[in-house]
Ligand binder design. Structure first.
Ligand SMILES: Cc1ncc(C[n+]2csc(CCOP(=O)(O)OP(=O)(O)O)c2C)c(N)n1
Length: 431
């Protein structure tokens, strides 16, 4: 066999790897002027049954509705009534007030952990308002806005955060990893992206039963590099599962910027192209755009036209969690320099532009919500906070896993009780 002629190795450059590096580090002045900001009416709205390959451009554009003067424009305007817009604003402001209060509670030592969603309130609240209450949601850990938009009791959220006597998860989940089956909210998992295949499985079951409910799921752009993300998309496209995949691209995965998940090469919405799934890229700080895109995807799923991947282009305005200090790895002014502003301020401005809101009402609502959160917190703290003894009774940690407690758990339970009696006296009894 004649050998295929090859370029002499001596003429080739040495192989090298590209190591992504964020544009700005602490001390730098961020400049986002190169982030494309398409006009509000520049992105067409295809019909909900459009084939994925006929709408690829939407993976590279940006669905927008609100311009920076607070006007709603273009084909994606969902034309919501002012009352509905005010409800959306109230939920988003509740999330922010809740986050601020619980962050402080962690700093005061009342809980071990908290995660804020500051700047991302629109992505969870507006999309929850665009689906049905009966639809099933498989969230990540930064979607407290879903529970709040489904009117989940704030005191119960706090009980979970404090792992106190009122925590119906019995202190077994990390704070903020809620589970609310009655609210169509699947248990939050600490293992990134596991909720993606679970959502697809649920959606497939819903379809195979001939039901009308759809599933939605969430992860960050960093988690889109997980294997689970990709197997979920494969199953969804193969079986045309009625599911909406939300990728919240908040630019950072703890201290890794989006480039480490592939963000330098293409958009996260474009992940959909390879799977033959519809993809939409949305301004995640524009609550009306988030609402409109979700409504589009929900209609598509409900009419058997298949799954949709929505990239919410946004910015994580604060630390990853209470265990993180973003000043160690990113420029301090990034959040304020973000070209798409703050989602709450944008909705407020829109309502004011419509003549349906004003500064006085805004301040009154803020005060009302702060009071509500404070009252809820007081109520929850009566049932205990971290380290004040009112946690779940110890022995419950051995219960509810097996129908009949196996011998080795019984043995461990007895050992624990013996240790408690040795410490507190022979009369000590579990409460
Ligand atoms: C399988 C797995 N790998 C790593 C981690 C540690 N971890 C927790 S959150 C996180 C960052 C995720 O970032 P992203 O998906 O962008 O979501 P965001 O926190 O920005 O909302 C990492 C690496 C984990 N919990 N699970």
């Amino acid at each position: 066999m004649p050998e295929t002629p090859r370029r002499p190795a001596g003429n080739l450059p040495p192989l090298s790897l590209h190591i992504p590096e964020p544009c700005y580090r602490p001390g730098d002045t961020p400049d986002f002027s190169d982030v494309p900001v398409p006009a509000v009416d520049a992105t067409p709205r295809p019909g909900e049954a459009t084939k994925p390959d006929a709408m690829r451009d939407l993976c590279y554009g940006l669905v927008r509705v609100l311009d920076f003067d607070g006007q709603a424009k273009g084909p994606w305007d969902p034309k919501l009534a002012p009352e509905r817009l005010r409800t959306m604003l109230r939920y988003m402001m509740t999330v922010r007030a809740f986050d601020d209060r619980m962050f402080r509670a962690q700093r005061q030592g009342k809980t071990s952990f908290y995660m804020k969603s500051t700047g991302e309130e629109a992505t969870s609240v507006a999309s929850t308002m665009a689906i049905d209450r009966a639809d099933m949601v498989f969230p990540s850990y930064r979607q407290q806005g879903i529970l709040i938009a489904r009117d989940y009791p704030l005191v119960q959220m706090m009980n979970q955060i404090y792992s106190n006597r009122g925590d119906h998860l019995l202190g077994r989940q990390l704070p903020i990893m809620y589970s609310a089956p009655d609210y169509g909210f699947f248990s939050v998992s600490g293992n990134l992206a596991t909720q993606y295949p679970q959502a697809v499985g649920w959606a497939m079951a819903s379809a195979s039963k001939g039901d009308s409910r759809i599933a939605t799921t969430w992860c960050g752009e960093g988690s889109s590099a997980e294997g689970d993300f990709h197997s979920a998309l494969t199953f969804a496209t193969v079986y045309n599962a009625p599911v909406i995949f939300n990728v919240v691209n908040n630019q950072w995965a703890i201290s890794s910027f989006s480039g480490f998940a592939g963000g330098e090469r293409t958009t996260f919405a474009a992940r959909a192209v390879g799977y033959g799934i519809a993809g939409l890229r949305v301004d995640g700080n524009d609550p009306l755009a988030v609402y409109a895109a979700t409504q589009w995807a929900a209609d598509r799923a409900r009419t058997n036209n298949g799954p949709t991947l929505i990239e919410h282009f946004t910015y994580r305005a604060e630390g990853h969690s209470t265990s993180d200090d973003p000043n160690a790895y990113r420029a301090a002014q990034e959040a304020s320099a973000w070209p798409f502003g703050d989602p709450i301020m944008r909705l407020r401005q829109h309502l004011e532009t419509l003549g349906e809101w004003d500064g006085e009402r805004h301040e009154a609502l803020k005060q009302e919500l702060d009071d509500l959160i404070k009252t809820s917190q007081k109520q929850s703290e009566k049932l205990g906070i971290l380290g004040h003894g009112m946690h779940q009774p110890f022995e419950t940690m051995f219960e509810d896993v097996f129908e009949h407690m196996p011998w080795h758990l019984q043995e461990q339970c007895e050992q624990m009780l013996a240790e408690q009696r040795a410490k507190f006296g022979p009369d000590w009894k579990p409460e």
